[in-house]
Each structure stands twice: as structure tokens, then as C-alpha cells.
Design a protein around this ligand. Structure first.
Ligand SMILES: Cc1cc2nc3c(=O)[nH]c(=O)nc-3n(C[C@H](O)[C@H](O)[C@H](O)COP(=O)(O)OP(=O)(O)OC[C@H]3O[C@@H](n4cnc5c(N)ncnc54)[C@H](O)[C@@H]3O)c2cc1C
Length: 504
């Protein structure tokens, strides 16, 4: 392997990861004469969940020159201005907070937020809840979409919600139009060269598919990377307890939310994802603390679907990552490479980063071990960076209703980086500086950490607070409210930006 003339690529798996890989690789490499094929088993099918994204997904479609108007309508998609977290904290005033995506307007409001948080961390009684400081929070609260009127030329960061089955089909058609060969068969055997490289896969139809390079998009099973190449899997279960989920749809309402809602329940949390034709719901929980039946009942109760015959889907999750995402002549992408529970909807973000990083490494001309090692380290660091931010949600919870929440708060399995972030915040130190120093701002910037830590009310207790001087109150919050309200008024109702929404 490792010669630049490798030209035949086989993607094994036709879930979202497989079809994203097919599109990006076809777009970059078909013009160079590469032959790209995708093999999937309709019998096994796809996982069929995963309906929220980060803002990164926009760059995927932009790169492929596919307009929002085309793909969003095909996938019942909606806009996402951020995530609301409900009931993770029991501290008065902090029952709920919104984690906004970045926007160009933050430059006018963020310094006030950081300032007030910093002052409150030093025990001065100033207002420091994130919801009041970001235009994206106002858009979500008012059910507005992130595209402003033409006379208000400010860009908002946003992600999307979409039907994952429809997205897969849409990407499949696009990839086939780009010349990707589509095969349907079940891999029954993976054949290796004497040096361990993968030579081909045999299928239940009797066909053998040979290639120079293989992309493992086979889902949690990790058919090539784990089962065949035996790359070890590093579990994250010591600090992320959730290993199961139950999902079910519910009816959409006239007003369509432009946010994901994550509500803490007894043994985990429930997602609520608005699509144009329905809501996607699910409960992510730990099977060590609650049974599948209990989880389903709790979710049904929350949704008012206790007596409904709506079908629930039960899933198990393999949380962690492989030690190497690119091993020999195989790249693992998607659930085969690892998965961090979906609290921040980061899986497709990592898929995109893995693919882009691999394409960049290839185009740099080298399938050298140096490129491979650097690439693997970078993707591993991304996994750990995302994991730490998600672990932070759990260690900051203040719920006492079940042992699950206490155990999540009390365990000591926190990475060195996360421990430094927490200590710096609690001690009133310079968090933005630390985040840059640790080089973790590319995973979550200071704004995200400030939103999370203040959103859970990680401040000195109320009785410890002292009244501040005029300097402590230097930001006029009423003017800020007016500014944010005025900005938000330039954005239309979310539904208006979704012409494909079926109006009732
Ligand atoms: C509960 C839950 C919630 C999630 N929420 C989000 C979210 O909000 N946002 C987000 O970005 N991600 C989310 N994810 C992750 C997301 O679902 C996946 O990253 C995404 O769907 C990609 O999956 P995949 O393509 O890797 O795997 P799959 O969809 O499982 O596809 C695997 C493919 O491999 C094929 N295959 C397997 N074995 C064989 C074989 N022997 N022969 C031939 N083909 C084979 C299958 O047929 C299938 O086509 C969530 C995941 C879970 C579990």
C-alpha cells in the first residue's frame, strides 16, 4: 500500500457515514480516475437514528454545491440555532439554559456575558445566565429561523435537524449521479493479503469485491477495522455511563422549534428534535441503572404516549473509539470508528472531519506512516475533546433524584484537561487562556464552556455572594435586552424558512 496510484476504493456500509464518504471521495477523486464503489446489505439495514447536526454540516453541502433548498426539502429538515438543556441542574434560576451556536452578532454581546460570569465566579452578585446574552438564544425562544432579512446582513451559525433515512437516500442518489457504483450484498468474509492488508470481501451473492483501499462504514460492528484488523476499541464507559436508547416519533405542532431540546430524566436524558413532519424523540440511558421497559415507559409518559400504539425502537450503543481510525489499507468512518453519546450531536461532525482529514492526507501525497500516525492522533484528540465536554455536562449536574445522577457527579474519572478547566473556572482563573493553552478550543470554544458552566449555575452559592460596585455592574442589561430583541426582529419565523413544511 502507500503508493499514490491506488485507484479502487470500496466503501462497506450504506448508512449516513457511507454515503457521506461516497460523495466526498467521488467529488475529490473521480476527476482523478478513481473507481469508487459502495457495498451495503439491505438485509442488515442502517441504524436509522441521528437527526441533529452541528454547524459543520453546512460546509459539507456547500462543498458538494448542494443548496439547502434542495436537500432540506428532501429530508424534512429544519434549522437548529443551538441546544436547550432542561432540568440537568436543580439550582434556583438554572433549571434550563441554551447553548447557542456562534454568530457574527456575538461580538456585541459576548464580552458582557464573559465579564458577568467572571465577576460572579468571584462571588459578586451579578446576572450571569447565558440565555440573555445571545441572539441565537432569542431566535430559539421566539421560534425564529437563522436567515435574516436582506437588510440585516449578519451571519448566524446554525446546524440542522433532518430525517436520517431520507438523508441517506438523498446522498445515495447524489453519489450515484457522481459515478459511485452501488452494490447490494452482505459481506460474509473479509480476505486479507499475507501482510494483513485487506484484499477483498466475499459476499452472500457469491461475488468477491476487490479494492486497493477500503472504507469501513459498517456501523457499530466495525466489520473491517475491529473484526478483521483487530484494532482495539477504547471504551468511554468509565465516565460516560449511557449505553442504550429508546426512540419514538411524535406529532409536530404548528410552530416549529429551531432548537434541539435535551431534557434530563431519571436515568439519562431525552432528545426532542423538530422535523417538518414530525418530532423525533428518544431517551438515552444507562442499562446499569434502568431497564429498557422502564426507559420506554418514562419516555412515553413524558411524551403523553403511554396509551399510544406508536412503536418504540430500542438501541444499544457502543461508546468509545478505536485506537486507530486508519490502519493498513482501511479507514473507519462513522459508528465503526467510535461513538460518543449523542448529547451534542457530534457524530456526523466527526465523520466529516475524518473524511476531510483523510482526503487531505492523501492529497499531501503520502500514505506514509507519518501522515497516518498524525491523522490517527488528530481524530483521537477530537474524540477525547468532545468526550470531555460531554462529561462536563454530567459532572455539573446537581440532581439527587436517582443514584444515576449522583454517580455521574461523584466519579473521579475525569481527564486532566477537563479537571484543569473545572479548577480554573471554580478558582476564578482565566478560562479562555487555558483553553487556548490546552489547544482544546478547536473542539469547544470558550463560549461553549462559559455557556455550559454558567448554564448549570457553577458559581459560588447564593449565600456567599456579595453586592458589587458599579464596576461589577458595568454592563447595562436592559440595553442588551433591547439590542437582542431588535436584532431578533430581523429574523422570520422558522416555519417561513421551511417552504417544504406541510402547513396544517
Ligand atoms: C441513539 C442515537 C442517537 C444519535 N443521534 C445523533 C445525532 O443527533 N447526530 C449525529 O450526528 N449522530 C447521531 N447518532 C449517530 C448516527 O446515527 C450515526 O453516526 C450515523 O447514522 C452514521 O451511522 P453509520 O453510517 O456509521 O452506521 P449505520 O447506519 O449502522 O450503517 C451501517 C451500514 O453497514 C452495512 N453493513 C453492516 N454489516 C454489513 C455486512 N456484513 N455486509 C454489508 N453491509 C453491512 C449496513 O447494512 C449499513 O448500510 C446517533 C446514534 C445513536 C445510536
Amino acid at each position: 500500500m502507500n503508493t499514490p496510484d491506488k485507484k479502487k476504493i470500496l466503501i462497506v456500509g450504506g448508512g449516513t457515514a457511507g454515503w457521506m464518504a461516497a460523495n466526498l471521495m467521488a467529488s475529490c477523486w473521480k476527476p482523478l480516475g478513481f473507481e469508487i464503489g459502495l457495498l451495503e446489505s439491505p438485509e442488515i439495514g442502517i441504524i436509522g437514528v441521528g437527526e441533529g447536526s452541528t454547524p459543520q454540516l453546512k460546509s459539507f453541502f456547500d462543498f458538494l454545491q448542494i443548496p439547502e433548498s434542495e436537500w432540506m426539502s428532501a429530508c424534512n429538515a429544519t434549522y437548529k440555532t443551538g441546544i436547550r438543556f432542561n432540568h440537568w441542574s436543580t439550582k434556583p434560576g438554572y433549571a434550563s439554559y441554551f447553548h447557542p451556536f456562534n454568530s457574527e452578532l456575538d461580538v456585541h454581546t459576548q464580552s458582557a456575558f464573559f465579564y458577568n460570569c467572571d465577576v460572579r465566579r468571584k462571588s459578586v452578585n451579578v446576572y450571569a445566565h447565558p440565555d440573555r446574552f445571545y441572539v441565537n438564544a432569542a431566535l430559539a425562544a421566539q421560534h425564529r429561523g437563522p436567515h435574516p432579512q436582506d437588510n440585516f446582513p449578519f451571519k448566524m451559525g446554525y446546524g440542522y435537524h433532518f430525517d436520517s433515512g431520507l438523508l441517506g437516500q438523498f446522498l445515495r442518489d447524489k453519489a450515484k449521479a457522481r459515478g459511485v457504483n452501488h452494490y447490494q450484498a452482505k459481506v460474509t468474509r473479509v480476505n486479507q493479503q499475507p501482510n494483513g492488508d485487506i484484499a477483498s470481501v466475499s459476499s452472500d451473492t457469491g461475488e468477491i469485491f476487490a479494492a486497493d483501499f477500503f472504507i469501513d462504514c459498517s456501523g457499530f460492528i466495525g466489520l473491517l477495522i475491529q473484526k478483521t484488523l483487530q484494532v482495539p476499541f477504547k471504551k468511554f464507559s468509565e465516565n460516560l455511563f449511557n449505553d442504550s436508547a429508546v426512540a419514538m416519533p411524535s406529532a409536530q405542532t404548528e410552530v416549529i422549534d429551531s432548537q434541539t431540546i435535551s431534557t434530563a430524566l431519571k436515568y439519562g436524558w431525552a432528545w426532542e428534535i423538530p422535523l417538518t413532519n414530525r418530532k423525533g424523540n428518544g431517551y438515552v440511558y444507562s442499562s446499569a441503572f434502568c431497564s429498557a421497559d422502564e426507559a420506554e415507559t418514562e419516555l412515553r409518559k413524558k411524551l403523553g404516549l403511554l396509551d399510544s400504539d406508536v412503536q418504540a425502537r430500542h438501541l444499544t450503543m457502543n461508546v468509545g473509539r478505536v485506537e486507530k481510525h486508519w490502519e493498513k489499507n482501511c479507514l473507519a468512518v462513522g459508528l465503526s470508528q467510535g461513538f460518543i453519546e449523542p448529547l451534542e450531536a457530534t457524530a456526523l461532525h466527526i465523520v466529516q472531519e475524518t473524511l476531510q482529514g483523510f482526503i487531505d492526507a492523501w492529497e499531501l501525497g503520502g500514505f506514509t506512516t507519518v501522515n497516518q500516525d498524525k491523522f490517527n492522533q488528530r481524530i483521537n484528540a477530537r474524540f477525547e475533546g468532545v468526550r470531555d465536554y460531554i462529561v462536563a455536562h454530567y459532572i455539573c449536574n446537581s440532581r439527587n433524584d436517582t443514584e444515576y445522577w449522583r454517580a455521574n457527579r461523584q466519579h473521579q474519572n475525569v481527564s486532566e484537561n477537563l479537571s484543569k478547566v473545572m479548577q480554573t473556572w471554580i478558582n476564578g482563573g482565566n478560562l479562555p487562556e487555558l483553553i487556548l493553552k490546552l489547544d482544546i478550543d478547536r473542539y469547544y470554544q470558550a463560549m461553549s464552556w462559559y455557556a455550559l458552566l454558567s448554564g448549570y449555575g457553577i458559581f459560588p452559592e447564593r449565600h456567599q455572594l456579595v453586592e458589587g460596585s458599579a464596576k461589577a455592574h458595568k454592563h447595562d442589561l436592559l440595553s442588551l435586552d433591547k439590542f437582542i430583541t431588535a436584532c431578533a426582529s430581523n429574523f422570520p419565523p422558522h416555519r417561513q424558512l421551511l417552504p417544504h413544511a406541510i402547513l396544517s
